[in-house]
Design a protein around this ligand. Structure first.
Ligand code: GLV
Ligand code: MN
Ligand code: MN
Length: 420
């Protein structure tokens, strides 16, 4: 382990824990919900308000701000070499419908804090250092998740998603255009412009760091993830009069399909993750037999062979369970497990060591935009503890000192990469 360079140490010392915390609390006012949580759906008026606040903080430091076709925001501190690609950091500002104050926004505010600390130390880097706030990471309103980074890296196209609708029937394209119009005058950013590297800071969203009294998680990769929409179509009928044998009850058959998927994903080692989190019932009336049920499927596993096998088994399991209704299965997300770049992982680990912070290497159970960035540039992630591992929950909590420690590691690692 090498000690930090003197100028890096200066930047790290300028990470301001109180300012970082204060900004989290300010952002948490935007979309605040009871129980200390946040509901800041992608491309909503709350998302727009968060974007405006972030841009105002960036402008106060004279960082440049650009936006791309899907609304990803890029905040840049210039480097000395105009031909050098940026070293990037960031995360997302949208939240789950009943989300917490740290998931996503921490990586954005940590990135801004790192940029400010580097700037305050007056360090000239060869590469620009750039913060990105990705659009629609959560996928709670418009599916799937990690949409901004998928489009940015050209893993998917914006046309794949324009017609996605939220639960109110609003199309993504309409909400996106309103969001773009709300922050006029920003420079335009091309998709997939070259990047020299990417580091994302995030709360762990699990219990390991807290349990082991570690301040930093050096993330080695992200487990595989498959999303599907299952639609079961039957016939509306009167709940009081129609004999059960005559019905094409979409709910009854959807429940059979759900049970079959629970069986499919049963795992004695408790490694498979399986969730049905979204159900839309039509016409959603107590005394009409439903003619249509849509439910989501989220399956995850760290091992490629296992997630591939489970993903392929979804359609046969559903079709085997649905006897009297029509069924349609659509794959909405297919992310194989990813391993982060060894050099970036090493760089983050050395920064944690040089700062004398207790750390451990660990994989990520949650998905992140880093998964897509890992396809186009050397990528890594930094985790900090969150209280009892609680996330996607209003009660999500983290300690100001841990948030600042993760930001110091981030600043040191970004400097290491940006000077190269
Ligand atoms: C991101 O929030 C995920 O679902 O892992
Ligand atoms: Mn997140
Ligand atoms: Mn999340």
């Amino acid at each position: 382990m090498n000690p930090l360079r003197e100028d890096t140490r200066d930047a790290v010392n300028r990470v301001d824990e109180a300012r970082l915390w204060q900004r989290h609390m300010e952002m948490a006012q935007i979309g605040a919900i009871p129980g200390n949580g946040v509901n800041r759906a992608a491309f909503s008026k709350e998302d727009i308000a968060a974007r405006k606040l972030l841009i105002s903080w960036a402008r106060a430091r004279n960082f440049t701000v650009a936006i791309d076709a899907i609304g990803n925001l890029f905040i840049r501190r210039a480097g000395t070499d105009p031909t050098a690609a940026p070293v990037m950091t960031g995360s997302h500002m949208d939240s789950q419908p009943r989300g917490g104050r740290f998931d996503g926004i921490y990586g954005v505010l940590a990135g801004l804090e790192a940029l400010e600390a580097i700037d305050a130390a007056g360090i000239r880097t060869r590469h620009p250092v750039e913060l990105v706030a990705w659009s629609n990471e959560e996928g709670g309103r418009f599916q799937p998740c990690t949409m901004g980074s998928a489009v940015y890296t050209r893993a998917r196209t914006l046309d794949d998603f324009r017609h996605a609708t939220d639960n109110e029937g609003i199309a993504l394209d309409q909400a996106l255009q309103q969001t773009l119009a709300a922050t006029p005058g920003l420079a335009h950013r091309e998709l997939n412009a070259p990047a020299a590297g990417y580091i994302e800071a995030h709360i762990e969203q699990g219990p390991l760091l807290e349990r082991e009294h570690k301040t930093i998680g050096v993330v080695t990769g992200i487990q595989g993830l498959r999303w599907f929409n299952v639609e079961v179509s039957g016939e509306c009928a009167h709940a009081g009069t129609t004999p059960l044998a005559w019905r094409k009850d979409a709910m009854r058959e959807a429940i059979a399909a759900m049970n079959a998927l629970h069986e499919l994903t049963r795992d004695a080692t408790d490694t498979v993750r399986f969730t049905i989190g979204r159900v839309l019932v039509t016409p959603n009336s107590p005394n009409t037999v439903p003619n249509h049920v849509l439910f989501s499927v989220d399956i995850r596993h760290p091992d490629l062979a296992t997630i591939t096998r489970l993903g392929a088994a979804v359609e046969p399991a559903v079709r085997g369970a649905v006897k009297h209704c029509a069924v349609k299965i659509t794959s909405t997300l297919h992310d194989d497990p990813c391993a982060f770049d060894a050099a970036v992982v090493g760089c983050i680990e050395s920064a944690a060591q040089a700062l004398d912070l207790p750390y451990r290497r660990m994989p990520s159970g949650a998905s992140h935009d880093a998964m897509y960035m890992a396809r186009v540039c050397p990528t890594g992630m930094i985790f900090v503890p969150c209280e009892k591992g609680v996330s996607h929950n209003e009660a999500e909590n983290a300690a100001p000192a841990d948030l600042a420690a993760g930001t110091r590691v981030l600043a040191a690692a970004l400097l290491q990469m940006a000077n190269r």
